[in-house]
Design a protein around this ligand. Structure first.
Ligand code: PSV
Ligand code: MN
Length: 410
């Protein structure tokens, strides 16, 4: 496809407002339930994570914020001084703190659930931790609370499904109300996942349940679509289109999958699926007469695979997202509408395929050059010694501290 001047302008304009949030946990050593393979350059502290995220932002110019996981990143989430320190630290590395992720799945008391637990004391503890996370979010200057619960049951009959849902409804309503009153402009993001760790029923398994919860909670609650959280064959772009239609698409956790929640880098398995998601958003903006890329959607990465070097994997995902995002804005929407009206199925599909197959490397290089960024951030990173140098420095720091495992103080 030859990219027309109008299409290029659209894509460049859209790219200007396209920001992707990086997850602090994506820079630390993580693994599967079978074990961890550690990397010298993996981040050990929140300072390391913010440093690495700042480096990815400096290379790509597209990642101004970093998501934090409250228990993994803060010694005492309720301490206002630690919030202030974190805010300053992020600034030092050229980034800001983004979504706040409470941790409602690690503590022993959450064995039977958190907000849905049959034990009122556990439900109160879950609420208290989330309210602390809300206060933390406000103090660090964040704008969203990303809620994912591991709640569910493993066997039929284990608990009352409707009782559990009712607890969620009241709990999330209280969260949304608290945020509305005391944290201006913030959004409660409700994430769903079909299974794991629960293997019989999950309390928020799909977008319909998440949307229902949001409707009960209030207008500041929106659905968070983690691209790895669907059963095989699920049409994610349709979910995106419907959530946009309902005004409830809050954001994304980007990653790719082959089997289940595999947390692979974006588009590594199915890049066309990423394009199709962005295509629905671009179509929505066109239909609504909005500027390309102007929708308020929290684009976030949530990947934590085991083997690729962390910073490389992150740059790969960000560049892939920009590539598919730019391509989606190349589609000629007037021609597409004509083809659709005429029932020209092949013509309509070809318009999408041509945009998806377009070479946007020149367009992206132009956008980057205008911002003083490397035209190919991944190539730039790979030809430098940055990761090796970080690895040496962190290995030395661990040795000096007498720490044997690079994950032991993540
Ligand atoms: C759960 O699988 C999830 O997608 C949630 O977003 C968590 O916060 C994150 O992964 C933890 O890695
Ligand atoms: Mn997620």
């Amino acid at each position: 496809m030859t990219i027309s001047r109008a299409a290029e302008r659209r894509a460049l304009q859209a790219l200007d407002s396209f920001a992707i949030e990086l997850p602090s946990w994506g820079f630390a050593n993580t693994g599967t339930r079978f074990g961890k393979f550690e990397q010298d350059a993996a981040a050990m502290t929140l300072e390391d994570k913010l440093h690495d995220a700042g480096y990815v932002h400096a290379l790509t110019g597209a990642c101004p914020t970093v998501a934090v996981h409250v228990l993994w990143d803060f010694d005492d989430p309720a301490d206002p001084e630690s919030a202030r320190k974190t805010r300053r630290l992020a600034k030092k590395f050229g980034v800001r703190i983004g979504s706040i992720n409470p941790n409602l799945f690690q503590d022993q008391r959450y064995k039977l659930g958190s907000f849905c637990s049959p034990d009122a004391k556990v439900r109160e503890a879950a609420m208290a931790h989330t309210l602390d996370s809300i206060a933390l979010g406000k103090a660090v200057g964040s704008k969203s609370l990303a809620m994912w619960l591991a709640d569910g049951t493993n066997y039929p009959g284990q608990d009352n499904i409707r009782r559990r849902f009712n607890e969620l409804k009241t709990g999330y309503r209280k969260l949304a109300d608290t945020m509305k009153k005391g944290w201006r402009g913030s959004t409660l993001l409700v994430e769903y996942k079909p299974f794991e760790p629960a293997f019989y029923h999950t309390d928020i398994p799909d977008w319909g349940t998440a949307l229902t919860l949001c409707r009960h909670a209030g207008p500041n609650a929106k659905v968070l679509v983690d691209t790895g959280h669907h059963l095989p064959g699920c049409n994610i772009e349709q979910i995106v289109a419907l959530l946009l239609h309902e005004g409830r698409l809050g954001g994304f956790h980007f990653n790719d999958r082959k089997y289940a929640d595999d947390d692979l880098t974006l588009g590594s398995i199915d890049p066309y699926a990423v394009f199709r998601i962005f295509n629905e958003i671009a179509q929505f903006e066109h239909d609504a007469g909005k500027a390309p890329g102007s929708s308020k959607i929290d684009y976030m990465v949530d990947q934590s695979h085991n083997l690729k070097p962390k910073i490389e994997a992150m740059v790969q995902t960000v560049c892939e997202a920009q590539k598919q995002f730019a391509r989606a804005h190349l589609v000629d929407r007037d021609k597409l509408e004509r083809a659709q009206k005429n029932g020209d199925i092949v013509g309509a599909e070809t318009l999408l395929r041509e945009a998806f197959e377009a070479d946007v490397s020149g367009l992206l290089a132009k956008w980057r050059k205008a911002r003083g960024l490397p035209s190919d951030p991944l190539a730039d990173l790979r030809s430098s010694n940055v990761i090796a140098d970080i690895g040496k420095a962190r290995a030395a720091a661990r040795k000096a501290a007498g720490v044997t495992s690079s994950s032991s103080y993540a």
